[in-house]
Write a protein that binds this ligand. Sequence first.
Ligand SMILES: [Zn+2]
Length: 336
Amino acid sequence: MNILLTFDYELYFGSPSGSAEKCILSPTGELMQIAEKHDARFSFFVDCGYLVKLREYMNEYPTLDNDYRKIIAQLRQLSASGHDLQLHIHPHWEDSSYNGKEWVFNTGRYKLSDFPAESIDRIVALYRKTLEEISGRQVFVNRAGGWCIQPFMETGRAMKDNGVWLDSTVFKGGYFFSGNYYYDFRNAPQDACWRFSDDPLKPSENGFFTELPITPLNVSPWFYWKLFLLGRINPRLHKPIGDGNPMPAPGYRKKLLTSFTVQPLSLDGYNARLLNRGLSETKNKKSTNHMVVIGHPKALSRFSLRALDKFIDKHKQEHRFITYSAWAEKYTGSFS
Ligand SMILES: [Zn+2]
């Protein structure tokens, strides 16, 4: 089995956003140490809107200049160590600003599809170019910010123009529409991966795009009661390392605490507890030879970093921990 451990490299989008040090630099540093220890490779979906905004304000604010330099240095180091840097777009950065103390987010246009077609073209091209200049490699994978990939028509056109042909956003069965969020993956195919044209949920044999979905998992409400309780009882072990607050998602916590939900298999905080279950369920599906796990440096905890270390150690003989680049090299053309 190929296991793709993937991380959305970003700040929080609530108030406060949290610091680059705590949300990104320090936890990613720990991830690099774990990867090195086990000779594993990870994939990072880099929030390029943040990089573009840092560049816009760095001459005016030394603290942002410092953040920018450290982040670029870390991204270069990640790329040089064989980790993947791929595209993660949170277009609300376009409408956001820095007030001298903190980021002020306007999340009214949270999805790429909230923007007119010309803006989508410009954003995708600029963010792709920004990332390629840092990594020195071609960017070809996208993960939509906040999983908000629908509707895909205009976004798809821009992705195609920019040579981005692989998507890794969908997790079958997941859905949430509230506040600025909208995603609905209940009708996604069962397949391990599939080709598509202008709708990621509709396979089409000769489609330009390929979906390599995030592994979904059914999670009981009791799990989340435990998760929230542990955060109170032992915050040192279970609280996120990141020091910001998420963008409000009205009703989301209630949904988790009151019903079974389908979640993306995740490394964030106590969710890392479910890694082994995710792997054994994936192994039982005979048609699948890969598993995609999502995480966020900002949402990792002491607990999840330890769980990740143990998980890789336990499975590294039998399975391979690889990037999208390594996956694409091996499987492009052979799965359709
Ligand atoms: Zn994100």
